[in-house]
Design a protein. Structure first.
Length: 568
């Protein structure tokens, strides 16, 4: 494509336009270019923002300044947002985070037991105690800061000197200052957890000696009993609402198939619970005796006792019986029976613990819609109007029995239920939805999920319309002007070869005819006749198309002024 020729054609076309057309075209071009620039900038900004990730967030002013200085030193692009949030390109975020952390930045997190990684020569026991205290405080601060509702925590410990005398020992104490995340708070359970965490990490420290304070100076966890009662009350209320809602849904699901849908049923259930905690222990004794143990002992001896030889001690007694002494021969039989039986009284001990909530009384109110049928005209045909028909007493009794069994109504407990039939003031033929609501529903359902795609489709359609309405007509008009210029440059009376041959034949025939009529012989001047014929044809053409002759003369004069005369 010859851009020089195209540019010259554009200049010629622009010169021929009116002032109003020039303004319209200039405004259209400026609008298209501006829109394209906005689209490119918006897309690039979005891509640029998505290519950045958080390096550090919620830094102190001192740490943020150190991080920014290090990033500038490393020639890393960054963005500093509110709350000292620093973002860097995602491809360097992890590398730069490690590099900055290796320099000890940020230092706001405190120090822990890494203090003992380096041993100092000549350190005293006092120095070691201070290091241990700092390390313990730092580790506790880090641990508490890791909890989700807490943004930053500071722990201070007061550890007294150990004493050999128990009466002179002083219990350690601790204070914890916590800074909460925006729109977050600590529950009493979380407060107790923090206190137990600190107390478990320090020997002899109790939760009563741990003071928890917020960054606003408010003491947390002072009224533990009141807080626990408040939490218990909230838990009881939630349980009550949950049980009532569950029974309401059960009523609607049971009745809706019989009355025409869930929108034709309204149910409300109120339950009165007894949340008191009752523990009971009972003992019962069995009147029948039960043998616990039994012992039996029996001795039995039969036969005679052995002979016993007696006499005067001395030699005679040792060498044999002495005359005049006789042995005792007695026949013996001995029996002894002893029995012990222990009886136990049967006893049963039972402990009963009441459940979390007991239903004292339950009431239910149910409203159901009636039936609808189309009204009939005099001829018996259906009309657009509908007629309300209330439910019968038998239907209401059946629904009452069904609801009572579904939610567990107990008349002996004092429960009450009421099922009423009222008109809901709407027919089965729903009223037509207005066009505005239909449009909103259609947009929310079908267009909103594809908003990003529609944005680019809209841009393509807009560019296509601009091409069809502005660029294409502009290019077509430019081509028409170029064609007109080519037509003006071409000679109007140019004669093709075929026309020239026909003209020669006609001239020869005319010449012969004229010679025959005039009786002219060989001496006839052919050039003069040719000139007269051509002149006559030009005269006729001038009479038929004076505008073409004028254009031809204008072209001849222009070429003559440039020094070249066209040959006809």
């Amino acid at each position: 494509m010859d851009f020089k020729v195209l540019f010259s054609q554009l200049v010629v076309l622009y010169d021929k336009l009116s002032k109003q057309q020039k303004i319209i075209i200039a405004a259209a071009i400026i609008g298209i270019v501006g829109f394209l620039i906005f689209l490119v900038v918006f897309t690039s900004t979005k891509v640029e923002n998505s290519s950045y990730e958080v390096l550090f967030d919620t830094l102190s002013a001192e740490d943020a300044a150190k991080v920014v200085a290090q990033l500038e030193k490393d020639n890393i692009p960054y963005k500093l947002e509110a709350d000292n949030i620093i973002k860097v390109p995602k491809d360097v975020v992890y590398k730069e985070r490690i590099n900055i952390a290796s320099l000890g930045i940020p230092k706001d997190g405190g120090v822990g037991f890494e203090l003992f990684d380096k041993q100092e020569f000549g350190a005293t026991s006092f120095d070691q105690k201070i290091k241990h205290l700092r390390a313990l405080e730092g580790e506790l601060s880090r641990t508490i800061s890791g909890l989700s509702p807490i943004e930053r925590a500071t722990v201070s410990l007061a550890l007294p000197k150990e004493s050999l005398f128990v009466s002179k020992q002083v219990a350690p104490t601790a204070s914890v200052m916590v800074e909460m995340v925006a729109n977050r708070s600590l529950s009493s359970k979380q407060i107790r957890g923090i206190k137990n965490l600190v107390a478990s990490a320090v020997p002899l420290l109790t939760t009563a000696n741990v003071m928890l304070v917020s960054s606003n100076g408010d003491t947390l966890g002072d009224d533990d009993e009141g807080v626990r009662m408040s939490e218990l009350s909230i838990a009881q209320q939630r349980y009550k609402l949950k049980e009532e809602k569950k029974r309401q849904n059960k009523i609607i699901s049971v009745i809706s198939p019989f009355v025409g849908g869930p929108d034709k049923v309204v149910a409300q259930v109120s339950i009165e619970f007894d949340f008191s905690v009752k523990n009971s222990t009972s003992e019962s004794y069995d009147p029948d005796n039960v043998v616990r143990s039994e012992q039996m002992s029996e001795e039995k001896r039969t036969g005679t006792t052995p002979e016993q030889v007696g006499g005067v001690p001395g030699t005679v007694s040792n060498i044999g019986p002495v005359k005049g002494l006789s042995s005792n021969k007695v026949t013996q039989k001995y029996e002894k029976n002893t029995g012990t039986t222990n009886y136990e009284v049967g006893k049963t001990v039972s402990t009963t613990k009441s459940q979390f909530a007991r239903i004292k009384r339950m009431t239910a109110a149910v409203i159901v819609d009636g039936k609808y049928k189309k009204k009939l005209d005099k001829s018996g045909s259906d009309t657009p109007n509908v007629e309300y028909m209330p439910l019968t007493k038998a239907d209401l009794n059946a629904l009452t029995s069904l609801v009572s069994k579904s939610i567990g109504i107990d008349k002996g407990r004092g429960d009450q239920i009421s099922v009423e039939n009222l008109q809901f003031y709407r027919s089965k033929i729903e009223a037509p939805v207005d066009s505005v609501t239909q449009s909103k529903v259609f947009i929310a359902t079908y267009l909103t999920p594809f908003s990003e795609v529609f944005k680019y489709i809209f841009v393509l359609i807009l560019l296509f319309i601009l091409y069809k309405k502005v660029i294409a007509p502009f290019a077509g008009k430019m081509l028409e002007v170029s064609k007109e210029e080519d037509d003006l440059k071409a000679p109007i009376l140019s004669i093709d070869d075929d026309e020239e041959e026909d003209l020669v034949e006609k001239v020869q025939q005319m010449r012969k005819k004229v010679e025959d009529q005039l009786g002219v012989g060989e001496n006839f001047n052919e050039d003069e006749l040719k000139y007269e014929v051509v002149l006559d044809k030009v005269r006729n053409m001038a009479e038929d198309a004076p505008e073409d002759i004028a254009s031809l003369l204008q072209a001849l004069l222009s070429e003559e002024a440039e020094g070249s005369i066209p040959k006809i």
